[in-house]
Design a protein around this ligand. Sequence first.
Ligand code: F6R
Length: 369
Amino acid sequence: EKGGYDYFMLKEIAEQPKAVSDTLLGRIDASGQLHLDEIRIPTGELREVNKIVIVACGTAYHAGMIAKYAIEHWTRIPCETELASEFRYRDPILDSRTLVVAISQSGETMDTLMALRHAREQGARVLAICNTNGSTIPRESDAVLYTHAGPEVAVASTKAFLTQLVACYLVALYLGQVRGTKWGDEIQSVIGQLARIGDDVDAVLETMEPVRELARGLADRDTVLFLGRHVGYPVALEGALKLKELAYMHAEGFAAGELKHGPIALIEDGVPVVVVVPSPRGRSVLHDKIVSNIQEVRARGALTIVIAEQGDESVVPYADHLIRVPATPTLLQPMVATVPLQVFACELATARGNEVDQPRNLAKSVTVE
Ligand code: F6R
């Protein structure tokens, strides 16, 4: 049932192009129009939404962090993303014009369920993004957009994450389309590129052998740090989370701009630092700032592992290891940049002799608060 792979996680990483395509299927037509009538919230109501709050845990929370960038950019609706376990305890401000988006692979995560119950009690509408048909979270929500990742067996989430991102992009682009923003042309072009993103994920998977080799060489390390900015920041957090749960290593993700506000003190000789570099074509200011960060940590002895777009030559002099990903629109880059981090963590876990599919102390679905 592992389809020839040693672990479910490897199988599920490999299934990502298909999971992504399945999640897009029927939702983008040949003319680039989005069809999300299945969520059954009348477009009139979607036009009235004046605030979006995303609640989720763990990896799903990282998808929600990325969604915030996409939603605010394409819809101009204020959006916040909050850990489900924190949400209801601070008495959040919600009303009937608030759209709460609850993201959950299993649909059974108690923290997320309690957050959405609280939101509905306050009169907010709740849209679930979920991978499990008929599970509790979609049943208790006003609307649902299913991801079609298929069953995810490995405890560490991989293909569910990429499909959560797809669902988030679809919601953001759909809201943009329904409400009409000045980004209409960009939205049209991104929809076209989203429709083909499965091929980009496939291309990344084809080039993972050097990443595996690199991981094996780092099996005796204690710490790995991850840096990113903009949507690369949640990617850094996700890379660190995967490494903690699978390799049991100390791993931390930082917003690269925060480096100088403290974390740079952690840099010492030989510490591996993984840096997610945004496209030089999109927000080029950010790109140049992060290239400076790579230089800064390298000057202090860090071993730099750089994830950068194909053709970005500016990073070459500062990368001890360079991992190439296909060029994508800025906001879609997490779809390709996350994949090497999944492979990296999986291989490190294997090299350290850990149980990849069943990491210690973890459960696939966390049904207690
Ligand atoms: C990490 C992981 C967890 C889950 C989290 C939420 O690899 O799997 O962090 O993402 O427990 O689970 P769901 O999405 O089922 O609500």
